[in-house]
Design a protein around this ligand. Structure first.
Ligand code: 3PG
Length: 211
């Protein structure tokens, strides 16, 4: 039986949570191994491909990997992802239905927010950890820094358009625990099985710090 991690613990595993799109389930285990070898352990598999749920199950058996599901839009998808072996749930937004499903099943949830009103809605639902999404096109690190002011106890994982160059600006904000990004596993590298390249990208990401 795998231990349940809090969303805080998941966010703190590494400075970057890779956002993964998996086309072929045979890519899943070697991709997880490559990322874990580079020090990146919390892995978000997006429910955007038919292979996603099976990929979560495959990756969950890789030692050291803590696999979650991303692009989770409703309670039914949350339940399917948890059944497949996901240990955390990421959503681009926040609905009461999703928050209720997460509370009922005990799934650690990282829902997307973009505005102060979104954050207040989340707080009303008992949530205090959010994905700031889409980070770069919502004003980037400067916008997030301004948003953190009124919400002292809230912590964030900004995601959306973040690069190795911009990540340190977000990580310098005290309320940012980690950032999300797809750059660690470029789709062409995954398709080509370029695992050493992905491990190197992961290693560089695990060394990222705020500046
Ligand atoms: C997403 O597609 O969920 C996020 O935007 C992460 O991808 P990106 O790092 O390519 O923006």
């Amino acid at each position: 039986m795998t231990a349940t991690l809090s969303i805080d613990a998941v966010m703190a595993l590494a400075p970057v949570i890779p956002v993964l799109v998996i086309d072929d389930v045979r890519q899943a285990a070697p991709l997880a191994e490559a990322l874990v070898a580079g020090g990146i352990c919390a892995l978000e598999v997006t429910l955007r491909t038919p292979a996603a749920l099976e990929a979560i199950t495959e990756m969950a058996s890789v030692p050291g990997a803590v696999v979650g599901a991303g692009t989770v839009l409703n309670g039914a998808q949350l339940d399917a992802a948890m059944k497949a072996g996901a240990r955390f749930i990421v959503s681009p937004g926040l609905t009461e239905g999703l928050a209720r499903s997460a509370a009922n099943s005990g799934a650690p949830l990282l829902p997307g927010v973009q505005t102060a009103t979104d954050i207040m809605h989340g707080l009303d639902l008992g949530l205090e950890r959010f994905k700031f999404f889409p980070a770069e096109s919502s004003g980037g690190a400067a916008a997030l820094k301004a948003l953190t002011g009124p919400f002292g106890g809230v912590k964030f994982c900004p995601t959306g358009g973040i690069t190795p160059e911009t990540a340190p600006h977000y990580l310098a904000i005290p309320q940012v625990v980690s950032v999300g990004g797809s750059w660690l596993a470029p789709r062409d590298a995954v398709a080509a099985g370029a695992w050493a390249r992905i491990s190197a990208l992961a290693r560089a990401a695990s060394d990222l710090k705020g500046m």
